[in-house]
Design a protein around this ligand. Structure first.
Ligand code: PHB
Length: 389
């Protein structure tokens, strides 16, 4: 028996199919449902991604393959049941033909069944748990995965005198991905884990965990916290004197998020991370990007969530050019597979096998440049697969 939600979604998908088969869709605006946390603790992700989406449309025009693009923004406040309800309403009531955004993993998980039932392409611009694209055959991702971002720092550590590590991650899917990958690669290279902590995702208090890390006397503290949380970790790292005790801070680059890095103060200097995006990436494309974001949003420095949004739009535009404006789920996904382009972050490719992103991952160190804190790149691992292998 089909439940009522599935029935309504199937009816919506059939109605869209009739429109498309008659060619009438070419005259219809193409509505993109953009669902993001615009309020609450992860509002910075919503702000960063919407700024990128707006800039992309301003620079590339709002008509692609003859179709006028209309973005319908919804604030899910980081509540998965709200993401799911918006996804459903956008598809059935507003006739959105593409769903995108998805600021955190639980929000992407919540929307996946809607994409599957309605056969609507779902572009994940932000969330980072490895298994997300497996949750629906209509998912594509332009952000990153935690295994992809955590493997390079693990390999780097043992080569640079870091043999004992304490790991600290937020206790939800991306944190577990980061911890697992770091452990596997670090131990395979001869490293030793001297302690591990998983911090609650809701209202985290990092102080007791960072004290435990200090007491374990590691060479380094490995940290994954979601974008927006890095400053709170850095505050405790400084106050509890870990740097003075000779403990280095390492991790994927979420902890030194460009959105808040400059407010972290000198405690952040020397942090070593592996990540796919730095506002200081020295390419012509990135210099233009950082300048354009700042011009349109005074005081804003784009972070890694921003480029996920930018590249999500690039993917949508490039696929629509290939499908002549069709958003038919199966055609859209087929056209996306293997697409490759140069992003502000460097070269990216949609892996035809996983529908996920293949990209370069950079080694970076936090330094003060012209008075401001930046993740300065010093090395690069080319074309890292979504699983980090
Ligand atoms: C996620 O929930 O997938 C997520 C959110 C923020 C990050 C990384 C991963 O910085």
């Amino acid at each position: 028996m089909m439940d009522r939600l599935s029935f309504r979604l199937v009816v919506a998908a059939l109605a869209l199919g009739v429109l498309m088969s008659t060619g009438a869709y070419a005259q219809q605006p193409l509505k993109i449902g953009l669902i993001l946390p615009m309020t609450g603790p992860f509002a910075s992700t919503g702000r960063q991604v919407t700024a990128a989406v707006k800039l992309y449309i301003a620079e590339h025009g709002d008509v692609v393959a003859g179709r006028k693009i209309e973005v319908l923004l919804r604030d899910d406040t980081n509540a998965p049941e709200t993401t799911k309800r918006f996804a459903q309403e956008l598809v059935t009531n507003d006739h959105a033909e593409i769903l995108t955004g998805f600021g955190l993993t639980p929000l992407a998980f919540a929307a996946a069944p809607i994409a599957t039932a309605a056969k609507v392409p779902m572009i994940v611009m932000s969330a980072g748990t490895l298994v997300i694209p497996e949750k629906s055959p209509y998912i594509l991702r332009t952000s990153f995965t935690l295994p992809q971002q955590s493997a390079p720092i693990a390999a780097w550590a043992t080569k640079h005198g870091i043999n004992k590590v304490f790991t600290l991650v937020t206790d939800y899917a991306p944190g577990i991905d980061a911890e697992t990958t770091f452990n596997n690669v670090f131990k395979a290279n001869g490293g030793q884990i001297v302690g591990e902590a998983r911090v609650p995702a809701q209202n985290p208090d990092y102080a007791p965990f960072i004290q435990r890390a200090k007491d374990a006397k590691p060479d380094a503290l490995f940290v994954f916290v979601p974008s927006g949380e890095g400053a709170a970790v850095m505050k405790q790292f400084a106050e509890r004197g870990l740097a003075k005790a000779g403990i280095k801070l390492i991790g994927p680059g979420d902890v030194t998020d460009d959105d808040i890095l400059d407010s972290m103060g000198d405690a952040a200097i020397g942090t070593i991370t592996s990540h796919f995006y730095s506002a200081a990436h020295p390419s012509a494309e990135n210099k233009a990007y950082v300048a354009a974001i700042e011009k349109a949003n005074p005081g804003m420095r784009p972070n890694f969530m921003s480029v996920g949004g930018w590249d999500g739009m690039e993917l949508i535009y490039e696929v629509l050019k290939k499908t002549n404006g069709s958003t038919d789920g199966d055609k859209f996904i087929a056209a996306a597979k293997g697409l490759s382009w140069v992003s502000p972050r460097g070269k990216v490719t949609i892996d035809p096998r996983t529908r996920d992103i293949i990209q370069d991952v950079y080694m970076r160190e936090v330094k003060r440049v012209s008075g401001h804190l930046y993740n300065v790149e010093f090395d690069q691992v080319a074309s890292v697969a979504p699983d980090g292998k």
